[in-house]
Design a protein around this ligand. Sequence first.
Ligand SMILES: O=C[C@H](O)[C@H](O)COP(=O)(O)O
Length: 163
Amino acid sequence: MARRYVVGVGADGLGAELKNLIRDRLRDHPRVAEVVDFGVGDPSDSCEYPRVGIQVAEAVASGAIDRAVLVCGTGIGMAISANKVRGVRATVAYDPYSVERSVLSNNCQVLCLGARVVGPELAWYVVRQWLTYEFDPSSPSAHKIQLICDYEQGHLTNSGGDS
Ligand SMILES: O=C[C@H](O)[C@H](O)COP(=O)(O)O
């Protein structure tokens, strides 16, 4: 039996309409146990993207939600904001390979989309594909994620590479 996720959704005004569409469709998705909507719901809402992105990422970090979809104009501001929260890995991705690797290589819990970049059906396709993947903690990628976690905790001492 495939795991079912508690999925958070959030947006600024530019992303509100696409976020609402994704939210409504996620509610009927078999891999989704619950959808938590962090707003904003109205395209005229002037709430800045970092306020929503950080709030949603903190919910991921605390374990209140498993994964999240964040939408702004490009997805970029949401990804930057969410990645500031310790333990959270967020990415913008649209092509199938990047969507797959964002989970299987990078264990990203947050997918960010740009409402001014993709249409609603491609966005929904990407979200559905993203839900099919689950990170394997025993994979060879796991220790690389651990290095990021170590850095976040102040424990990464080597600079790596050729130095
Ligand atoms: O990344 C930021 C988003 O695209 C946001 O929706 C718009 O930000 P701006 O108003 O600063 O361009």
